[in-house]
Design a protein around this ligand. Structure first.
Ligand SMILES: [Zn+2]
Length: 285
C-alpha cells in the first residue's frame, strides 16, 4: 500500500485459525457463512484466519514497525515465528528499524520486541500509549491463562520481553502525533491503551486499526443490533471497545479512508463503501 510517500508492507509472523463463533458468542455459523469471502473452509468447517505480524512503514529516513508479531516461541494453536523471514524478504535488517509503535501490549503484538532478554531492534525507539504500559507492567500483573498457555517458557512471557525494552520506551497518551506523519487515535476498550494509527503523507491518509476489530464482519455491521451481535468477547472494556469501533467505522465511511487491521487475513488493506444494498467491502491488496 502507498499512502502519499509512505510505503506500507505487511510483516507476517504466522497465523492462528479458529471457528469465528468462539470469539464472537453473539454469532452463529450462519452469520459467518454470510461473510464467506473472509473464511477458509478447512475440513468442511468455515474457519476464520487471524494473521499475526505487523506493518512496516517506510518514508523519508524512517523505517517504522507497527507491532512486532508473536515471537519465535509461541505454542499451537499459534503457528507463528516467521517475522524475521518476512522482514528479510522486504530487504530490511533489524538494525534498520528506527521506530517500533505498539498498538497495544498483548503478547501477539510484542513477540519480537526482545528475544532471549535482548532488544531485537537495536536502533529503534519503542512507543506505546502510557495506559497500556501502566496496565500490563504494573507490579503483580498476572497474565491470563490463555497467554500463559501460549508460550513455552516463563522467560518468553511478554511481560519479560517488555522489561528488556523498558529503557528505550517512549510513551504517548490518547490522541497525539507519535512521530511526524503518524498520529495516535483514541481507540481504547480492547485494552486500556489500545491505539489506532492515522498515517498522513502528501494529503493522503490511511488507518491502521490494531485490534479495534479482529474480523471483517465487525465493520460490515451497523446499528445497535448488528454491532451487539458482532462483539468480540475478550475485550477489557466491551462498551468502550464498541464505541471505538463505531467511531472509526464512521471515520472510514465519511472520510473514505483505506484501512488495515492487526489480524485480517494476509494483513490486506480495504475500503468500505455505503451502497443501496448496504456496506460493501473492497479489497485493496
Ligand atoms: Zn492481537
Amino acid at each position: 500500500m502507498q499512502i502519499g510517500k509512505m510505503r506500507i508492507d505487511p510483516v507476517i509472523d504466522g497465523e492462528v485459525v479458529f471457528p469465528g463463533t468462539e470469539h464472537y458468542p453473539g454469532t452463529c455459523v450462519a452469520d459467518w457463512l454470510e461473510h464467506g469471502q473472509f473464511l477458509e473452509p478447512v475440513g468442511g468447517h468455515p474457519l476464520h484466519i487471524s494473521t499475526i505480524g505487523g506493518y512496516l512503514v517506510r518514508y523519508d529516513e524512517r523505517v517504522v514497525l507497527v507491532d512486532a508479531g508473536g515471537g519465535p516461541s509461541a505454542r499451537m494453536p499459534f503457528a507463528i515465528g516467521g517475522f524475521r523471514s518476512s522482514l528479510t524478504s522486504l530487504g530490511v535488517a533489524r538494525a534498520d528499524v528506527t521506530d517500533v509503535i505498539f498498538t497495544h501490549l498483548h503478547f501477539d503484538h510484542v513477540g519480537w520486541a526482545a528475544v532471549e532478554g535482548e532488544v531485537f531492534f537495536p536502533n529503534a525507539t519503542y512507543r506505546v500509549d502510557q495506559r497500556d504500559w501502566d496496565h500490563f507492567c504494573a507490579p503483580g500483573y498476572q497474565p491470563s491463562p490463555a497467554t500463559l498457555a501460549a508460550v513455552n517458557s516463563p522467560d518468553d512471557l511478554f511481560t519479560v520481553k517488555l522489561k528488556a525494552v523498558e529503557d528505550r520506551m517512549e510513551f504517548f497518551l490518547g490522541e497525539q502525533e507519535v512521530i511526524p506523519g503518524i498520529s495516535a487515535l483514541e481507540a481504547s476498550g480492547h485494552t486500556p491503551g489500545e491505539t489506532a494509527l492515522e498515517l498522513r503523507s502528501d494529503g493522503a491518509r490511511g488507518l491502521l486499526l490494531g485490534d479495534v476489530v479482529h474480523a471483517q464482519p465487525e465493520l460490515m455491521a451497523e446499528g445497535p443490533g448488528g454491532r451487539h451481535q458482532w462483539r468480540f468477547a475478550p475485550h477489557t472494556d466491551p462498551a468502550r471497545a464498541a464505541d471505538s469501533v463505531d467511531r472509526l467505522q464512521r471515520m472510514i465511511l465519511e472520510d473514505a479512508i483505506p484501512f488495515a487491521a492487526a489480524h485480517f487475513a494476509g494483513l490486506r488493506w480495504a475500503a468500505l463503501h455505503r451502497t443501496d444494498k448496504g456496506l460493501v467491502w473492497e479489497d485493496l491488496g
